[in-house]
Design a binder for this molecule. Structure first.
Ligand code: NG6
Ligand code: CA
Length: 516
């Protein structure tokens, strides 16, 4: 694998056709497809079975279903990891996160930026095609250097890895600090009320979930007992920044409003919008207008809130006349989970809703429920409509894929694990499916490999993340499944197929040690 230092961004990007196409022009030239705007919507903790278009009946997702009808639904779409930060790292860099330790684990709210500044990134590649790039929503890739200081300009951050504009939740909804950061500054910052954040050692005198459970509006089931903000115990302590703190019930509206206004104000020139929702991560606090609207409790209400956000994005594109000129992707950062640390009814949900559909396992784990997620792509006139693709595709492929669609040549060494999937986007059954093999990363750090219809989880691979344990006992030795015959991973074929286990173990080792 080439080191990133060999490829300083400005020197190595060769923009092949932006000159020919003439800056912001989106029109087709020489019969070639035009360059679309790109809206990449990354939901949080949405599972394979959570949407109507993937079989859910107890939650209604009319907007996501409409997106799927207008485009292609992948049934073998994978988040690169079963947890958030490593998935986002792989999406941003086209490199598996387990190759780069700082991006390979769930980060706190004071972790430094985990993307090396010299590494080529997805927004960086797109920017080189003269696009305006923005991230709105959950970041969770660290900010600053050393321990993040939320007072003053917070740098480096999104704008140092390819984004022109940013409006972000720094880590997660359940982690301090509970404030938005816009272009490096806390929104609503008050210099007279400085912000201090701590993980591990308590700071400040504000009530905590551990000491003042009577003040909680939502109780925790595990963790989440540090500073209470907006009635909810968080991971991490926080003091100050009182005027800047978010209201959980308004997060979806706040970030969706920003995304809609970004689309509206950039409708005349090409743009890339990375819209990363907080729904349906914990704490799940949908706005009152969604409460009680689904048949799957609070979690279902949050899914319906997510669907409404997506609907507003699609409407904004339509209103701006951009539906035909925009490639929209909707997917999730990891599989679904019921109880993820708060008592919100999901842990003992009896509705019958299966967040990961027929798949075994949950967020954090290496069974399919941990990483296989909805993956919908729409680009009218280019991506087949109302179609279903069986191609294996992952967020790690977006750098090479969008680079190809926008005709930006990326240097060797950029996105070392990223595969150009444009043929899989443009055809239901491409002649040579771009990807046969994919490595999956679990919340506990283990790796699994999918090759064609086969899946191998080496010994002990599923350990490590609380929710993953909801799956039942893992086997002692390696686990081998044929996903075509057994999508729920019920029959471990490892002892019947020792040769295949050996070959796949070898292949995994080669990829791990040797680059792509
Ligand atoms: C876990 C949290 C979980 C969630 C997860 C990150 C506990 C017990 N569990 O450590 O609630 O925050 O981290 O989720 O604290 S992710 O989608 O951002 O990866
Ligand atoms: Ca997540």
């Amino acid at each position: 694998m080439a080191t990133s230092a060999k490829f300083p961004r400005l020197l190595v990007f060769v923009v092949l056709v932006s000159g020919i196409l003439g800056g912001n022009c989106l029109a087709a030239q020489d019969g070639k497809p035009p360059r679309p705007n790109i809206v990449f919507i990354l939901a949080d903790d949405i599972g394979y079975g959570d949407l109507g278009c993937y079989g859910a009946t107890l939650v209604k997702t009319p907007n996501l279903d409409r997106l799927a009808r207008g485009g292609m639904r992948f049934v073998n779409g994978y988040a690169p990891s079963a947890v958030c930060t490593p998935t986002r790292y792989a999406l941003m860099t086209g490199q598996y996160a387990w190759r780069h330790a700082p991006g390979s684990r769930i980060l706190s709210g004071v972790s430094p930026l985990c993307i090396p500044r010299e590494r080529p990134t997805l927004p960086g590649v797109i920017k080189h095609a003269d696009y305006t790039t923005a991230v709105i929503g959950k970041w969770h890739l660290g900010l600053g250097e050393g321990e993040t200081n939320y007072n003053g300009l917070i740098s480096p951050g999104p704008r140092d890895v390819g984004f022109d504009e940013s409006f972000i939740i720094p880590a997660t909804g359940d982690r301090t600090p509970c404030v938005y950061v816009q272009n490096g500054e806390v929104v609503g910052y008050d210099a007279n009320d400085p912000i201090r954040v701590s993980y591990g050692k308590p700071i400040g005198h504000e009530p905590t979930g551990a000491k003042n459970p009577e003040l909680l509006t939502m109780k925790h089931s595990h963790g989440h007992d540090n500073t209470i903000i907006n009635g909810i115990g968080r991971i991490g302590y926080m003091t100050g920044g009182k005027a800047a703190r978010w209201k959980d019930e308004d997060i979806a509206d706040t970030i969706t409003n920003r995304a809609v206004s970004f689309i509206d104000s950039h409708k005349d020139a090409p743009f890339f919008l990375y819209f990363a929702t907080h729904d349906v991560h914990v704490p799940r606090v949908p706005h009152p207008r969604f409460r009680g609207t689904s048949k799957h409790g609070t979690r279902g209400d949050a899914i319906q809130e997510l669907d409404a956000s997506v609907g507003r994005i699609l409407d904004a594109l339509e209103l701006a006349g951009l539906t035909e000129k925009t490639l929209v992707v909707f997917t999730s950062d990891n599989g679904g989970v019921m109880d993820d640390g708060y008592i919100d009814g999901s842990g003992d949900d009896k509705s019958g809703h299966k967040c990961n559909g027929v798949l075994r396992g949950f967020k954090g784990g290496l069974y399919e429920g941990g990483t296989r997620v909805p993956f919908i792509v729409r680009w009218p006139g280019h991506v087949p409509s109302d179609a279903t693709s069986r191609a294996i595709i992952s967020h790690v492929d977006m750098l090479a894929t969008f680079g190809a669609i926008l005709k930006v040549e990326v240097p060797r060494g950029a996105g070392p694990d990223s595969i150009n999937q444009s043929s899989a986007l443009l055809e239901v059954t491409p002649k040579n499916p771009p990807r046969d093999t994919l490595v999956l990363h679990g919340g506990g750090g283990g790796l699994a490999i999918r090759q064609g219809d086969w899946k191998l989880i080496p010994s002990g691979g599923t350990a490590g993340y609380a929710a993953a344990k909801q799956t039942g006992k893992a086997a002692r030795g390696p686990e081998l499944y044929n996903l075509a015959n057994d999508p729920s991973e019920t029959k471990n074929l490892a002892s019947e197929e020792p040769d295949r286990v050996a070959k796949m173990t070898d292949r995994l080792r080669t990829i791990r040690e040797g680059g792509r």
